[in-house]
Design a protein around this ligand. Structure first.
Ligand SMILES: Nc1ncnc2c1ncn2[C@@H]1O[C@H](COP(=O)(O)OP(=O)(O)OP(=O)(O)O)[C@@H](O)[C@H]1O
Ligand SMILES: [Mg+2]
Length: 379
């Protein structure tokens, strides 16, 4: 009787241990161009086998960090270690990393199979095992039937899969990807996202992935590092970043967030209450932010809305009078833009079957939400 339950509890322990091994340690990396700091004092421990995403607005330093990891750019301060040993000065060709960039960068005169075989050829892998590995890799990315085609005869998504196969065929220590899907349409993009997830799982390779697409980052990553103006703003799991953003930048950057500034704060245990316009709102301050001015953040999906005041009032909820400004039909749902009497704008989304879906602009409505769902953020 004891062995099945033992096996049951044992598995996650192995998994945890595998993920807790630091493969690359990024230690105080800085990149300066003249007086401009493209990267400023960045520390990240990349764990073996993880899917780490670098996310941030344009110009925040994502590509700069990836180029430093790849060895195409030298940091102006800080160092990189590989399993504890310094490799800051190791040349790119000695790092054994796979890379996939925004453009496909395939060799146009070579067939798909020759493109994928290229990294094996330059590493001197014998022909027989070379063709076997290429066959396997093309199968993994679903391109077996296209092996003999030239890249220009393939679709964008297929070309990007060739690039992925070429970057993975030599079993790199790590795969670096810089916005590999940005040229693709939405459907193709989400199809390739699913494949990336599967390939990551199958190969167990560490992926460091750059994007400025929030939903892509949330869907794919084991952890996300959010950059802002060359600095690491927060590094965490997608769930923790979404539910516990450390500051306003993260809260607004990742998903939509309604922000309600609170003044005249009163604290009682883990609860904090404050004035928002003519109302008192309450939230749970789990992080015990000591400041006097805080922002209460609420995701649109956490808000409830009603035409009936009685439905909205309860001891454990916050309640806010608003008027409907705009309804935007979204097919399966309706986005609502709402305003308080002093003009503060909030957004939420409701199913088309909701009683408020037929309300006309100008209608008075009540927003309400449980006090424990709001997020307290530094102002
Ligand atoms: N060779 C260079 N000389 C001077 N400034 C540079 C150089 N390379 C990058 N920068 C600057 O460093 C900053 C970070 O650039 P980087 O390419 O890392 O941004 P990014 O986060 O990848 O942005 P995007 O999402 O637009 O690709 C930018 O302001 C950029 O102009
Ligand atoms: Mg970039």
């Amino acid at each position: 009787m004891s062995s099945p339950s033992k096996a049951h509890t044992y598995e996650p322990v192995i998994d945890k241990a595998r993920h807790s091994v630091v493969q690359i340690s990024i230690q105080g990396i800085q990149k300066r161009y003249g007086n401009f700091l493209a990267l400023d004092d960045v520390f990240i421990d990349v764990q073996r086998g993880e899917f780490l995403t670098l996310l941030g607005p344009s110009g925040s330093g994502k590509t700069t960090l990836l180029m430093i990891l790849a060895g195409f750019s030298t940091p102006t301060a800080g160092r990189l270690t590989w399993e504890g040993r310094d490799f800051t000065q190791r040349p790119a060709e000695k790092r054994n990393f796979g890379m996939v960039f925004q453009g496909y960068a395939l060799f146009p005169h070579m067939s798909v199979a020759e493109n994928v075989a290229f990294p094996l050829r330059i590493r001197g892998v014998p022909v027989a095992s070379r063709s076997q590995r290429v066959r396997q890799m093309l199968e993994t990315v679903g391109l077996s039937e296209h092996a003999h085609k030239k890249p220009h005869t393939l679709s964008g998504g297929q070309q990007q899969r060739v690039a992925l196969a070429r970057a993975l065929v030599f079993e790199p220590e790590m795969l670096l990807l810089d916005e590999p899907f940005s040229a693709l349409d939405k459907n193709l993009r989400s199809q390739l996202q699913d494949e990336m997830k599967r390939i990551h799982k199958e190969t167990g390779t560490t992926f460091v992935f750059v994007t400025h697409d929030q939903s892509e980052a949330l869907a794919l990553s084991s952890r996300i590092a959010i950059f802002n103006q060359g600095r690491l703003a927060q590094l965490d799991t997608p769930e923790r970043l979404y539910n516990h953003p450390h500051n306003r930048f993260i809260a607004e950057f990742l998903g939509r967030m309604n922000l309600l500034p609170l003044t005249h704060l009163r604290r009682s245990g883990q609860r904090v209450s404050g004035h928002f316009e003519d109302t008192i709102l309450t939230a749970t301050n789990l992080r015990h932010i000591p400041h006097n001015n805080l922002i209460l953040g609420i995701r649109p999906e956490q808000l409830r809305i009603t035409l009936n005041y009685k439905e909205a009032t309860d001891e454990s909820t916050n309640c806010l009078a608003v008027t409907l400004q705009e309804r935007t039909y979204q097919g399966h749902s309706m986005d609502l833009t709402l305003a308080t009497s002093k003009g503060h704008v909030l957004t939420t989304s409701i199913p088309n079957t909701h009683p408020v879906a037929s309300a006309t602009p100008g209608s008075p409505l009540w927003l309400y939400w449980p006090i424990d769902v709001g997020i307290i953020i530094e102002a």
